[in-house]
Design a protein around this ligand. Sequence first.
Ligand code: AGP
Length: 606
Amino acid sequence: MCGIVGYIGKKPANKILVDGLKRLEYRGYDSAGIVTLDENGEVKINKVKGKVAQLDDEIAEQADKNSIGIGHTRWATHGEPSVANAHPHKAGEIFLVHNGIIENYKELKAELADHKFVSDTDTEVLAALINSFYDEKTSLFDAVRLALKKVVGTFGIAVVSTREPNEIITARLGSPLIIGLGDNENILASDASALFGLTDKAIYLNDGEMAKITREDVKIYDLNGSEIVGKIEKIDTNLAAIQKNGYAHFLLKEIMEQPETLNATLRGRIDAMKKTVKLGGLNLSEKDLKNVQHVVIVGCGTAYYAGLLASYYLAELLPDVTIEVVVASEFRYKKSFLPKNSVALIVSQSGETADTLACLREIKSRGAKTIGVVNAVGSTIAREVDGGIYVHAGPEISVASTKAFTSQVSAMIMLGVSMAQTRETAEDFVEKIVAELAILPDEIKKLLNKYVAEIEKIATKYAKYEHAIYMGRDTAFPTALEGALKLKEISYIDANGYAAGELKHGPLALVDDRFFEVVMLLEGNLLDKTISNLSEVNARGGHVFAITNSDKEITAESILRVKTDLKILTPILLNVAQQVFAYYIAVARENDVDQPRNLAKSVTVE
Ligand code: AGP
C-alpha cells in the first residue's frame, strides 16, 4: 500500500523523507517521489519509477537544504507505475501526496477543464480540485478542506504550497496517518515505523480529521474546520524491531522469532498452573460473555485462515455457540443474518485492511459487539472496535504474514477459553488447550532448532514445480489453506489448499508430474483417513511431501516427522514448518521474498 512521509523542521528534509520512505517500503510499492520547499517557496522535486534507493542516489547529488517536504511510495491503483503517475502531484502552487482512492475522480475531473493533466491518477484530480479553491482569499488549509467536502472515497493526504511554505496540511479518511512530535520539528507518516529513531511522541489522526503542521506546533481540526484536541500518545520506538537483525530477509526473521513473539502474545494472559486465561481490554462484561450466542470471525487472507483454524477450537470450547468465519470482502456485500447476542472477532495484522475495516463498521452498525484481534497498535481497526486483544507480535514487515498468524490463532483460543471459563463449558478441553498454549512457544523453538535444515533440503527438491496441492483434514484443513497461500504469495507457484477428503471430488484430476502435494497428517482419529487420501495421490503418480507428528508408517516422496508433545495445537506448530518450506522455495526461485510482486503489506483499498 502507498506510504506517506512529511517533514517540517530545521534539518534538510530530503534525507529524512527518503529514510522514512525506506521504512515504509514493506507496504509494497512501484514508484516513489519527494518534494521539498525552502522558506521562500523554492522547490525541489524528485520522482522515480522504481525503488526508494534511486531517490537516495538522486538527492545525494543535490545540495538541497530545504527544510520542509513531503514524500510518497505509490502502489498503483489508477494509472500504471511511471514517473508521471508517481506522487507528489502538482497543481498551481500546491503539491500533494495521497494514499487511498478518489471514487468520484472522473466526475471531478470533468469540472476541472482548465487544469492540464499530466497523469492518469485520481490523485492529480484531487490536487487540481484543491487548487481550484486556492485563491488569494482562501488559505491552503481551507482550500484542502473545501475540496475534501466534494470527494467520495478514501484518503490520507499531505499538501504543501510554495505560497505558504511553512506548513503541511494533512487529512485522513480511511488511510491512516500519524504525526510525530519533535523539538521544533514535526514528522507525518502513514505508520509509526517511519518515525522510529526520530520521536516517541505522536498523535494518531482519526478518520474525518485534518491537521495544520508547522515547525512550532500541530493543530487538529474536523473537516468543518473546528479545532479538536489531539491525543498525544507514546509510540514503540524499538528500531531493532524493524531491522533484520542479521537475517537475510524480514520473512526469515519473523518466522524465527515466533517463540518470542508468541510468548509476548501469551504473557500476562495465561496462567499455566491454574490453567486459566485472563484478558483485559475486551470491554465486555462477564454477563456479555455469558450471553454470546453467535461468533462471527472476519478477516482477509491469512487473517481469515487464522480465524478458520481458531473456529475449530472455539467450537470445542463453546459447544452452545454458533461459530461463523467469513471473508471480509464477501461478508460486507452478502445478505447475512446476525442473530442477537452476536460478537464479531475482527482479525487483522495491520489493522488497516479496507475490506475488514468496512466489515467492522457494517457489523457495528447492526448492533453486534466487536472485538479486534490486531497486531498494529493504534491502527484504525484497533481504535474502532468495542474491545480487543492486541496480539503483540511486534512489527511484521514482510508482506507474507507468519508470526501474526501464530499469534492471532493463539489470541482467539485465549478468547475462547475466557468465554468458556465464564460459561463453565468444556472444562476438560480448557485445561488441555491452556496447557498446550503454555508450551507452544517452546515447541516452536524446538522445531526451528531441529528441522529447518531438513525442511530447506526438501524445499530445494520442489522449487522447480509450478503447481502444488496442499491438503489436510479437520484443523489441518485451514492450515493447508494457509500453507498454500504462503507458498503462492512468495514463490508465485500456483498452490491451492483443499480438505483432504475433497481430493476425490475433483482436484485429484490435477495430479500429474506438473504438481507436487503437501499433506499434513495429524496423529489422531483422522490419521488413517488422511493416509488413504495420500495413497490416492500416490497411486496417481503424486510427488508428496508429508508433514506429520505421527510415527505411523507413511509412503511419500518426502517426509518431515516432527516430534512434539502437542496434540491439539499441532497444526499451529506444523504451519511453522510450512512457513519455512515456502521461504526456502521462494529463496531458491530468487524472488523478492519480503516484497512479492503485485502485493502490499496493508491493503487499504478495496
Ligand atoms: C498474508 O500473508 C497476506 N499478506 C495477506 O493475505 C494478508 O493476510 C491480508 O491482506 C490481511 O491483512 P491484515 O491481516 O493486515 O488485515
